[in-house]
Design a protein around this ligand. Sequence first.
Ligand SMILES: NC(=O)c1ccc[n+]([C@@H]2O[C@H](COP(=O)([O-])OP(=O)(O)OC[C@H]3O[C@@H](n4cnc5c(N)ncnc54)[C@H](OP(=O)(O)O)[C@@H]3O)[C@@H](O)[C@H]2O)c1
Length: 266
Amino acid sequence: MGKLTGKVVWITGASSGIGEALAHACWEEGAHLILSSRRQAALLRVQTVLPAANDRQAMILPMDMSRVDDLPTAVDQALAHFGRVDILVNNAGISQRSMAAETPLDIDRRIMEVNFFGPVALTKAILPTMVAAGGGRIVVVSSISGKFGYHLRSAYAASKHALHGFFESLRLEMYDRGLRVTLVCPGRIRTDISLHALTADGTEHQQMDQGQLQGRSAHECAARILKAIFRDEEEVYFGGKEVYAVWIKRFLPSLFSRIMRKRSSD
Ligand SMILES: NC(=O)c1ccc[n+]([C@@H]2O[C@H](COP(=O)([O-])OP(=O)(O)OC[C@H]3O[C@@H](n4cnc5c(N)ncnc54)[C@H](OP(=O)(O)O)[C@@H]3O)[C@@H](O)[C@H]2O)c1
C-alpha cells in the first residue's frame, strides 16, 4: 500500500519537469492521477511510461491555464471521471527573461494569467467539491522568486508573490473546513523552464540557462514535495545554495540587496 492509495491527485504542468516527476512519484505511492497541461502528445508520453497498474488510472486532461473560463469545464470532466479530487497540485507555469522597463504590459499579463489567475481559477472551481467531501489539499508550486524579486523576472516574481498572498489567505479562511495548503518554493531545478521563458517580444527564450543546468533534479524536487504533503507542511524551500537568499533577505535585507546587485541574471 502506498501512502496515496485511493487518493486522486490532479497535477497541472504534468507534461514535463517537476510536474512529470511528481506524476511518477505520486503514481509510485498508489494515487490515481489527472495529468494536465496544453500539449496532449506530451501528456500521453508521460501517461504511457507509467508502470502498469490494473487497479487505478492516470487520466489525461489537456487544458490551458490562461483560459480561465474553460477551467470549470475541466473540473467537471475530472469529477465526472473520478468523483472527487483529493490533492490539486497547481504546478504549471512559465518564466520570464526580460527587463521590467522593456517588457510590454501584455507580456506581464500573460505571465500573471498562467502563473496566478489560472491556479486561482482552478482552485476556486474545485473548492466546493473538496469542502463538501470534508477537505483536501492544494499544493502550489511557487518559487524562491515568490520571496524576492530578481533580475529579468519582474512579472514572474510578481506572479509568484501573488500566489503567496492568495493561498495564505485561503489557507486561513478554509482551515476549519478541512482545506490544507502547501506552498512550495523551489530554487533552481534542472527543467526546460528557461527554454520556454517569455522574452519582451513574447517569444520564448529558447536557452538552457547555466543556473537551470546546475540545479537540483526534478526527481529530487518531486520527492521533497511529496514529503511536504505527507508531513502537512505549509511552506517548503528546496534547491541549492540559492535558497539561502530567502533567509538573507529576511534577516539582513541590506546585505541581500548588495549581493543581488552583483549577481548575473541567469
Ligand atoms: N525549474 C526551476 O528552476 C523552477 C524554480 C522555481 C519554481 N519553478 C516552478 O515550477 C513549476 C514547473 O516548472 P518546471 O521547472 O517543471 O518547468 P517546465 O518543465 O517548463 O514545466 C512547465 C509545465 O507547465 C505547463 N504549462 C506552461 N504553460 C501552460 C499553460 N498556459 N497551461 C497549462 N500548462 C502550462 C507546461 O506544459 P505545456 O507546455 O504542455 O502546456 C509544462 O508541463 C512552474 O510553476 C515554475 O514556475 C521552477
